[in-house]
Design a protein around this ligand. Structure first.
Ligand code: UDP
Length: 158
């Protein structure tokens, strides 16, 4: 794995990493966590969660109009996921670099050292997620670890 560049001028950031259901069922969790720690990230929080259709649809709401959306939600609810808050200098782009491109088949040729190349299958079952911007990171960390999660559940129960 490539060590992320670490420079005092680069801001310490947090990002949301997730091992998707195929990562957990394929027993890739320890290998992925080793790659995370070797690359210089700290794992600040971690939770294994079973998403239901509503929560998975909310997480991927930006893709609701895409043809792959229903299949994506089915995949993301097919078993538990492991959500993690990672911290490092430049964490958002470092983690995106480490996971590689969306399509794991392409990753195998273009980014053979990436996590998706090693653990993913195709453009859907790609094993891991990473926030793509500071705004997404804030939303996604809050989705799994913030207060708005319990507020949303309480609201739904009304
Ligand atoms: N996805 C899919 N088919 C596609 C593109 C994406 O099933 O053609 C799934 C895949 O699991 C991906 C997720 O939808 O990780 C979110 O897509 P996005 O384009 O945001 O890719 P990412 O940021 O995860 O690389």
């Amino acid at each position: 794995f490539h060590r992320c560049r670490s420079c005092e001028a680069v801001e310490i950031e947090r990002t949301l990493a997730m091992i998707k259901p195929d990562g957990l069922s394929g027993n890739y969790t320890e290998k992925i966590k080793e790659a995370i720690l070797e690359s210089g990230f700290d794992i600040i929080e971690e939770a294994v969660v079973q998403l239901d259709v509503e929560r998975a649809s909310l997480f991927y709401a930006e893709h609701a109009d895409r043809s792959f959306f229903n299949s994506l939600v089915k995949y993301m609810t097919s078993g538990p996921v492991c959500a993690m808050i990672l911290e490092s200098p430049d964490a958002i782009s470092c983690w995106r670099n480490l996971i590689g491109p969306t399509d794991a088949r392409k990753a195998k040729t273009s980014h053979p050292d990436s996590i998706r190349a090693m653990c993913g299958l195709d453009s859907e079952k790609n094993c891991v997620h990473g926030s793509d911007s500071p705004q997404s990171a804030a939303r996604e960390i809050s989705f799994f670890f913030g207060d708005d999660k319990s507020e949303a559940l309480e609201h739904d129960e009304l």
